[in-house]
Design a protein. Structure first.
Length: 327
């Protein structure tokens, strides 16, 4: 690849084109016949390399995708779950030797025009529209994961999150911060950017909706560099189903905690090591509460349950949405 002339007037556009060619944008999709065409049309405006993981859709989504020649499609023969769809995207990005991967949900709640911002952060370039401040500066390590946060900054026109979803988000985010020494403000946003080479260090196994929570544990155990990028808070269809038993918020919370516990067990991240990691990382940094509220640290009652106390009945059925009902 030829070097980019540093004094060129077209440097910003050249940089944008070059880094986007090194990035794959992936959308996990399940039964999105009403949204998939419009979302993909918009994504293609900002990303030359697009993958759709069709997670066993049965509503006509597959037929719409079959008519497109501007995106790659991986199809699951049946619905396997959000985590399985993301794993397929990870595998595709590695197999095709992309440098960066950006994941976007297909429900219209992520703004495709912000995709280049995630790639810029991963590439070590300044952002254009979104404010980005590294968690620690200076930090010479490459960024392995940049996760969108709907609560890091208030944008004009932000939605108000459903109360139960916000409560669960606050509780799980606080638990991950406390146990892993992270400084997250939003543990559930599906708008993320990954350095593809780092994915080999995070062997996720959870096929269901809570796979990103397993990812946090494994990423922290692997010592990956994690950053957050503020994104607008958009809820378009608050009544959307999580799928089956997960529509019950208590069962959903128990499922999330079960996945976290199994991830800790898989990584052998002991309580002693948790304490050490948290102390070294400076855990417990306050994070914003619900939109429009004061920015002091929220009072969170932790209801952490050991793995052995969580009944197997809370585990979700395989049939579930692909990230379109985020907390």
């Amino acid at each position: 690849m030829l070097p980019v002339p540093q004094d060129s007037a077209i440097l910003p556009e050249m940089q944008r084109t070059l880094i986007l060619e090194r990035a794959l944008v992936a959308l996990p999709v399940y039964n999105e016949v009403a949204h998939v065409t419009g979302v993909l049309d918009e994504v293609r405006r900002f990303a030359p390399q697009v993958l759709v993981v069709n997670d066993g859709s049965v509503d006509g989504t597959a037929e719409l995708l079959a008519n497109r020649r501007d995106v790659a499609v991986v199809t699951h023969p049946r619905n396997l779950g959000y985590g399985a769809a993301l794993r397929s995207a990870f595998d595709y990005a590695r197999q095709h030797e992309f440098e960066f991967l950006v994941t976007v949900d297909c429900d219209g709640q992520h703004q495709p025009r912000l995709i280049p911002e995630f790639v810029r952060v991963l590439a070590g370039l300044p952002t254009v529209e979104l404010p980005f401040t590294p968690a620690r500066s200076p930090d010479p390590r490459p960024i392995d994961l940049v996760s969108g946060s709907r609560y890091l900054k208030i944008f004009d026109g932000d939605s108000h999150p459903p109360v139960e979803r916000r409560r669960i988000n606050v509780q799980i985010t606080a638990e991950l911060n406390d146990r892993l020494g992270l400084r997250l403000t939003d543990a559930f946003c599906g708008f993320k950017g990954y350095r593809v080479a780092a994915l080999a260090q995070v062997p996720v196994t959870e096929p269901g909706y809570a796979m990103p929570l397993e990812f946090w544990v494994r990423a922290a155990a692997a010592g990956l560099r994690i950053e957050e990028l503020p994104v607008p808070l958009i809820y378009l269809e608050e009544a959307r189903s999580f799928g089956g038993a997960l529509d019950d918020s208590l069962k959903r919370l128990a499922y999330y905690q079960d996945v976290i516990e199994r991830a800790f067990a898989a990584t052998r991240l002991s309580r002693a090591r948790e304490t050490s990691v948290a102390a070294n990382a400076g855990a417990g940094v306050p994070f914003p509460p619900a939109h429009g509220a004061s920015r002091t640290a929220p009072a969170v009652e932790m209801t952490h349950q050991p793995h052995s106390l969580i009944p197997s009945a809370v585990m979700p059925a395989p049939r579930q949405a692909c990230g379109d009902a985020a907390e």
